[in-house]
Design a protein around this ligand. Sequence first.
Ligand SMILES: Cc1cc2nc3c(=O)[nH]c(=O)nc-3n(C[C@H](O)[C@H](O)[C@H](O)COP(=O)(O)OP(=O)(O)OC[C@H]3O[C@@H](n4cnc5c(N)ncnc54)[C@H](O)[C@@H]3O)c2cc1C
Length: 250
Amino acid sequence: MTLDTSSQTRPTHGTIESVDVLVVGYGPVGAALAALLGRYGVSTLVIDKADDILMSPRAIALDNEALRILQATGLADDAFDRIVIPQVRMLCPHVGLFGRVNTRGDIDGHPKLVTFYQPDLERALRALVASHASVRTWLATEMIGFVDEGDCVTVALRESGGRERTVRARYLIGADGAGSQVRKAIGQGFTGQTYAEDWLIVDARNVPGDFDHVEFICDSQRPTPHMVAPGGRTRWEFMLRPGETREQME
Ligand SMILES: Cc1cc2nc3c(=O)[nH]c(=O)nc-3n(C[C@H](O)[C@H](O)[C@H](O)COP(=O)(O)OP(=O)(O)OC[C@H]3O[C@@H](n4cnc5c(N)ncnc54)[C@H](O)[C@@H]3O)c2cc1C
């Protein structure tokens, strides 16, 4: 296990640690929540089974509502790079440009649409969390189960080295992503529908040209969102057809 803040004394092996809130998962949701809780001085422990931020390209766009939540955590506007998107265009291979959404301007002081690089945001949130004395962070530590005791939750954790430990929390938060074990355990499903297709996501750097917006290439055979992102990045997302693999596309 890696302790990434040194603000608190670590429990000795065999003791049961108590906190008000145990957040399982230190992705953007867990990190934003930990920053909010830290801002209010709530005794919090955040754990993640990974030992660092996941570097694969993922979320790329945020709207004004999301930016407002990040503002509420105390994150400074310049804590992570973003590009304000002036318009979203819809194109079709047969008729060309057929739709345009004007995304210029602000709502409640925040741009309507920005692109960003998820690892930058996560790094900024983690730095903010580390500034709060009431929040501890244990990485390389997996939640392996929990028992609802009524007035608290007893949670079993396992460090990557195999050592097991127990934490008692007044509240347990499942911020453990799309395959959330916490959600499954409490019978909380995801509503809505999703698509079966896989997508190939390509983040390229230093692509020539002055492309500055988001476009959706509405080709029924190969729908392709395309957008500019910070750090000199351009992203394409390609829907894969049945039988196609990432390796074939490369
Ligand atoms: C290709 C792609 C493009 C995307 N584009 C966008 C976008 O444009 N805009 C947008 O808003 N979103 C986008 N998303 C989604 C976005 O990346 C995710 O919604 C976001 O990462 C979810 O954050 P999270 O904190 O809920 O979960 P995650 O980032 O998945 O974090 C969950 C964390 O929980 C940890 N964990 C899981 N189980 C345990 C356990 N038992 N014990 C301890 N730790 C555990 C994991 O290690 C992980 O670090 C995209 C996703 C992908 C894949």
